[in-house]
Design a protein. Structure first.
Length: 787
């Protein structure tokens, strides 16, 4: 190889190195990508190839170093030049008051300026930069000696391999925390699970496990992150005169510093910061276990100094721990509204996430088996924010030997003794007792009465339990039959059972106000909007938004009740499973009785209306035919049939199917389907329903020269409002839409038209001004407004 080619290669490699590092920094530190991933990959591959041909071209900060190196036999020990100390902890406001007082006393000053930042829940690390180049990375270890994890740290994309400075210090020890973002943790665990590997309990353990890999190529596949918060040895530069200035300097050098860092004044500033971060904690992308306060001024820090192994000028203010150890006293199951059996661990009481926890969910059978939780085990429970407590993992070392037996889900419902069934492909086992099961009945009633459903105020869990327990309510309609006597009877029985005698009874009186209120609330719930009634019925897969779709599109309860699957399927956002679940619910005799009973009690949805005008489009025979889900009969095949004049009605009477140009397999599938009992009736009923609905729809859109054309109006037109323009378009049979797509026929743009106009230009949609619109519609200019 001659000299010039070598020089070219060297220049190119240097350029590629700088360029790639710049993009990495933009992407991982600034969160502002500067090139597409594919282009990055291309440049990266080019540099890799250059370095493979001429290894001497690999710079000390080459991004190719980040892919990991061959495994190490062990980690080398490294002695920290400046020991890595720890922080004292505070938990209560009082602890913080004491800290602030000690600091003020120590400085003999008034209010102190503090740097406040989050306390990352990761692993402390020391990064040594020599002349600006990352030369060594070490774990904290015992604070004096740690392990050399340089190869692993090089794989962390947000850590610069070279500092961004023309005059870097001779030696700079950057201290900070290595951690894993919650999203990267979730993705990694999903991969581990898919590969049948062990999952990590939390992001911190995952970060630790990844950092302590002897094979750094494994670390490279794990997404670790880093934030800088301190400094160790420093040679050849002056320390900035405050902590906030240090962080700003780090940022200039290209090191990641967390956004949440702030400078606050005095005790109030500290407590305010703690509350603010506490409120944001669960929404943050990484886990933190508190906040850290540091006297901001370097001269204050020096004046205060250290006590034993911790600085006097700093304090960690911890949040209540979200994870704790406790033991499993029992594993029981709860039966939900749909019969879902949820295993729940009963725990020895433990204070976690700010409350005492005695139960934690185990989610479902597979989860219990995967985590292998057994009675008597020591487990890690987690309660984060308002999330229900869960068992994260078993501490296997603490399991008694020989171990307790493996947990098995009961085969019969503990409440009603019906069989527990679990369908293939379902994670959830269910009690097959349906509304025979009092647990399911209670849950169904709880759901029905809920705030976003029938909204029966005051009908709380305890009343529902007792009403079902004492046979006062078997199904939701019974709520509307309750009498004062029955409520009082229920209360008396419950008091007897609980051995409590209310004060009023002692006085020889009976309190009835609560019962009056409850009866009133029940009566007041009789006229809900249709979507709430639909949601309240507890149809599987029908949440608030599906209920809303049904109400908006079909308008009347009576129509929803008899809508066949095919009609439901053509409604927006209602897929096959949901449509089937709705139709099956209303077809079930027990549900029909329950609904009729409700209606008989005067429950009636408010504000019913004709089906939505938009339904017309969905009643297109092509769509309906496809929605019948006849095997192999896709929408194009349905269109083929309809376009040849095969109406739904006609189809119901056909006996020969191979004459419509359908591929033989399709024709045969159709023939087989039509031979099934009920198929013809189903098609005929659908055709009839279609006719019936079409007749009910609000007046059809105008037919005219613009029928089939879609317009989008944007900006301010000179002589008319957009509403007026829309009227003209609709009068000519056109449709007005809100957003521009490939299907838009014309965009009518006035003054200050914005993104819709640019989108139209991008998609090549025809653009008109007001005069152009009038010409197209063949109408004259609107009369000028009277002066
Ligand atoms: S400053 C003299 N700042 O907490 C010690 N530490 O208990 C200076 N930590 O080992 C530490 N976030 O792992 C500092 N913003 C932060 C921190 C932080 C997390 C960890 C670090 C350290 C431990 C001290």
């Amino acid at each position: 190889m001659n000299d010039t080619s070598h020089q070219d290669g060297a220049a190119r490699a240097a350029w590629l190195t700088a360029e790639l590092n710049r993009h990495l920094h933009a992407y991982h530190v600034l969160d502002a990508p500067t090139i597409p991933d594919a282009e990055y990959d291309r440049l990266f591959a080019e540099l890799q190839a250059l370095e493979a041909a001429q290894p001497e071209l690999q710079a000390t900060d080459s991004p190719t170093l980040r892919v990991g190196a061959p495994p190490l036999p062990q980690f080398e020990q490294i002695t920290h030049t400046v020991p890595m100390l720890s922080l004292n902890n505070g938990f209560s406001d009082e602890d913080i008051e004491n800290f602030d007082r000690r600091v003020r006393d120590g400085l003999g000053d008034g209010e102190v300026e503090y740097a406040a930042e989050v306390k990352y829940d990761g692993l402390a690390i020391n990064l040594r930069y020599v002349d600006g180049v990352l030369s060594q990375a070490a774990t904290r270890g015992d604070g004096y000696t740690g392990e050399d994890v340089t190869a692993n740290i090089r794989t962390v994309r947000s850590i610069p391999l070279r500092l961004n400075s023309a005059t870097p210090p001779a030696v700079l020890d950057v201290r900070g925390e290595v951690l894993m973002f919650k999203s990267d943790f979730a993705a990694m665990n999903a991969r581990q699970r898919a590969a049948g590997n062990k999952e990590f309990v939390n992001p911190r353990n995952a970060a630790a496990g990844s950092l302590r890999q002897l094979d750094s190529r494994v670390t490279a596949e794990r997404k670790l992150s880093f934030f800088a918060y301190g400094v160790g040895a420093l040679e050849g530069a002056e320390l900035p005169d405050s902590h906030s200035a240090l962080l700003a300097w780090f940022q200039q050098l290209g090191l990641p510093v967390a956004r949440e860092a702030d400078v606050v004044q005095g005790l109030d500033g500290l407590l305010g910061y703690y509350r603010r971060i506490g409120a944001e904690r669960s929404a943050m992308p990484y886990e933190i276990d508190g906040v850290v306060y540091k006297a901001n001024r370097l001269r204050d820090q020096r004046a205060l100094g250290f006590v034993s192994r911790a600085p006097r000028f700093a304090l960690a203010h911890k949040f209540p721990a979200e994870e704790a150890l406790t033991t499993v006293l029992a594993i029981e199951v709860q039966v939900g509204r749909t019969g879902a059996i949820t295993p729940v661990a009963r725990l020895a009481p433990v204070f976690v996430g700010g409350v005492t926890v005695t139960n934690a969910t185990l989610h479902n059978e597979d989860e219990v088996l995967r985590k292998d939780v057994r009675v008597g085990d020591t487990v890690i429970v987690r309660r984060a924010g308002d999330v229900i407590p869960e068992v994260l993992a078993v501490v296997l070392e603490k399991r008694a030997q020989p171990g307790p037996p493996r947990y098995e889900l009961p085969k019969r419902c503990p409440v009603c003794d019906s069989h527990v069934v679990r369908e293939v492909d379902e994670a959830i086992a269910r009690c097959s007792g349906g509304l025979f099961c009092s647990a399911q009945r209670k849950e169904a009633i709880r759901h029905f009465a809920g705030r976003r459903m029938m909204d029966i105020e005051g009908l709380g869990d305890r009343y529902i339990d007792n009403l079902v327990e004492y046979g006062k309510v078997h199904r939701v309609a019974d709520l509307y039959l309750l009498t004062m006597d029955e409520l009082l009877d229920m209360k008396r029985l419950a008091d007897e059972r609980d051995g409590s005698t209310p004060e009023t009874v002692v006085q020889g009186k009976v309190a009835t106000k609560w019962a009056d209120n409850l009866l009133e609330a029940i009566a007041a719930s009789k006229k809900p909007p249709l979507e709430r009634l639909l949601f309240a019925l507890g149809i599987r897969h029908v949440g608030e938004s599906t209920a809303k779709t049904l109400a908006e599109w079909l308008g009347r309860f009576e129509l929803v009740r008899r809508a066949p699957v095919a009609l439901l399927r053509v409604l927006p956002d209602i897929g096959g499973t949901v449509a089937v679940s709705i139709a099956e619910f209303f077809a079930e005799p027990r549900n029909q009785e329950a609904i009729d009973a409700l209606l008989a009690q005067g429950v009636a949805p408010q504000g019913e209306h004709a089906p939505s005008a938009h339904l017309r489009e969905q009643l297109d025979p092509v769509k309906l035919l496809a929605a019948l889900a006849i095997p192999k009969l896709t929408e194009p095949r349905s269109r083929q049939l309809i376009e040849q004049g095969v109406t739904l009605d006609k189809l119901a009477g056909l006996t020969i199917f191979n004459v419509w140009g359908l591929p033989p397999a399709v024709a045969q599938a159709l023939e087989e389907w039509m031979a099934l009992p009920g198929s013809r009736e189903q098609v005929r009923a659908l055709a009839a329903l279609r006719e019936e609905l079409l007749a009910q729809l609000p007046a059809a859109a105008q037919q005219g020269p613009m029928t089939g054309k879609t317009f989008v109006l944007t900006g301010t037109l000179p002589n008319m409002s957009r509403d007026e323009a829309a009227e003209l378009v609709e009068a000519a049979g056109g449709k007005v839409a809100g957003s521009v797509s490939k299907k838009t026929s014309y965009v009518v743009a006035g003054a200050e038209a914005g993104s819709k106009l640019s989108k139209a230009q991008e998609l090549g949609v025809a653009i008109l001004d007001e005069a152009g619109l009038l010409a197209l519609l063949n109408v004259g200019a609107p009369p000028a407004a009277a002066e």
